[in-house]
Write a protein that binds this ligand. Structure first.
Ligand code: 13P
Length: 194
């Protein structure tokens, strides 16, 4: 509100398992109603389709299904189902492709495995029609103990080939100059949790 800027409030799926699907969106939606800026209520990292469906029912207007640990074929299948449910209701969708690690366990001297391939990303987006993609580009969730090693040219390639909104996960602790560079390369949404 001080910045007079719209914002996306994300609620982690595990939070909902802890507090319940009645209290969490009800509290968030009450705060949103009181706010003078536009706010999107987004479900972050749900790993079950049924949780996405229930979140939609309870008032979330943006949802993420993260089944990136499954095969790409299965990720496409399940993401498609989310999109088919959400789009007729005007709800935004996000999916994850590749492997985004925990920052605490990463060795800065080792190459990061499981980064998103831009050709796979293009196929994924074409087949699922998802609105926003969270690619693995070197950022990591949690507390960095080293400067994050973000692959900006990979962000550019993915952005160019998919033409969808890209979310940079693991935003806490990424230096401002890197955030700006990531936005220039094609990132639209920065996830800040920790
Ligand atoms: P951080 O907790 O590292 O900021 O990551 C947030 C995030 O990506 C949530 O999806």
């Amino acid at each position: 509100e001080e910045e007079k800027a719209p914002v996306i409030v994300q609620i982690l799926s595990s939070y909902i398992s802890y507090l319940g699907l009645i209290i969490v969106p009800a509290a968030a939606l009450a705060a949103i109603r009181e706010s003078s800026v536009p706010i999107v209520l987004h479900l972050d990292h749900a790993d079950r389709l049924e949780d996405v469906y229930r979140a939609i029912e309870y008032g979330f207007n943006s949802v993420m299904l993260d089944v990136s640990q499954l095969s790409i074929k299965r990720n496409i299948e399940l993401t498609k189902k989310m999109v088919n449910k959400a789009h007729p209701l005007g709800i935004n969708t996000e999916a994850e492709l590749g492997h985004i690690y925990r920052a605490e366990g990463l060795n800065p001297n080792k190459a990061i495995k499981g980064m998103t391939d831009y050709r796979t990303a293009a196929r994924f987006v074409e087949q699922t029609r998802v609105d926003c993609l969270a690619p693995a580009v070197g950022s990591a969730h949690g507390t960095y103990t080293y400067e994050p090693n973000i692959n900006f040219s990979l962000i550019e390639e993915i952005s160019e080939k998919t033409k969808v909104y890209l979310a940079l996960h693991g935003g806490s602790g990424i230096p401002d100059k890197m955030i700006r560079k990531a936005v220039k390369a094609g990132i639209s949404k920065i996830n800040v949790g920790t």
